[in-house]
Design a binder for this molecule. Structure first.
Ligand code: CO8
Length: 258
């Protein structure tokens, strides 16, 4: 099992589990990850998902280099497509995904984190794209997602130089929301954030995520139109009625997700 999964109190925990290989992503791991994300997406009891890496040393140290070394160009293209498709499932899911990054998040591992909605990090985290040092380029969405997140200039510097940045630099440039000393604290913070998110209306969260994720590919004008149309959709939900009434009636809302 290269992917471990459990759920507790509305949070799904996905652990990438090849600690002997610093959780490097070979095709079996990507396929298992894809199946797990699809399963999580269908499961109505899961409201928020946390992804982390097994062991102390790495979140994911990239795509599996030994595996990639044996690929033909066509197989490499298929592998890149499978990876992109898998990570895109997290971006299109209505549920928030939180990356809890412990240790190395390199290449494909950095790309897994960038496809999550929120990134929390342990102080030992190291982020980077070593690909050009291997004669290849990022292939699971890194060129697109990093430049959209931190701007083209810094994205180019990191990708062209293949240098790693630590957790505090990653926070400074807006990749990481918060840094924690130990893995235990990191996972505790992920759980607390998931619980905080779960107090709110699930449909509203899903539609706010759509507005932000899809809005990135639109002009400001189109983005505003899109936001207004989603506002219309959410306003007709039971949860919108419940949330607004609960405030007026000075009580806690009871959201059902409809
Ligand atoms: N792939 C395969 N095995 C790996 C990887 C990896 N990415 N990273 C680490 N390992 C293995 C090591 O080979 C070693 O295995 P073994 O014990 O059997 O020799 C084990 O994990 C432990 O690693 P190290 O002994 O190297 O540990 P160190 O603490 O000395 O070093 C580093 C840690 C710095 C993280 C080092 O392991 C390293 O540089 N790893 C490679 C990092 C890297 O280059 N990642 C990017 C890969 S390319 C990529 O991700 C492209 C994504 C898009 C693909 C598109 C499809 C074609």
């Amino acid at each position: 099992m290269n992917i471990l999964f459990e759920s507790q109190n509305g949070t799904g925990y996905i652990t990438i589990n090849r600690p002997d290989k610093l959780n490097a992503l070979n095709i079996d791991t990507i396929n298992e990850l894809k199946e797990t994300i699809l399963k999580v997406d269908q499961d109505k009891t899961i409201k928020c998902v946390i992804i982390t890496g097994s062991g102390e040393k790495a979140f994911v140290a990239g795509a599996d280099i030994e595996y990639m070394q044996k690929l033909t160009p066509n197989q490499a293209l298929e592998f890149a497509r499978l990876g992109q498709e898998t990570l895109h499932l997290m971006e299109t899911s209505g549920k928030p995904f939180i990356a809890c990054v412990n240790g190395y998040a390199l290449g494909g591992g950095f790309e897994v984190a960038l496809s999550c909605d929120i990134i929390l990090a342990q102080s030992n985290a190291k982020f980077g794209f070593p690909e050009v040092g291997l004669g290849i380029i990022p292939g699971f969405g890194g060129t697109q997602n990093l430049s959209r997140l931190i701007g083209k200039s810094l994205a180019k510097e990191l990708i062209f130089s293949a240098k790693m940045i630590d957790a505090s630099k990653a926070k400074e440039v807006g990749i990481v929301s918060e840094v924690y000393q130990s893995k235990e604290e990191l996972l505790q913070a992920g759980k607390a954030l998931s619980e905080q998110i779960q107090k709110n209306a699930p449909l509203a969260i899903a539609l706010a995520k759509r507005a932000i994720v899809d809005g990135f590919n639109l002009t400001k004008e189109d983005g505003l139109r899109y936001e207004a149309s989603l506002f219309g959709v959410v306003f007709s939900s039971n949860d919108a009625k419940e949330g607004l009434s609960a405030f007026v009636e000075k009580r806690k809302p009871n959201y059902t997700g409809g």
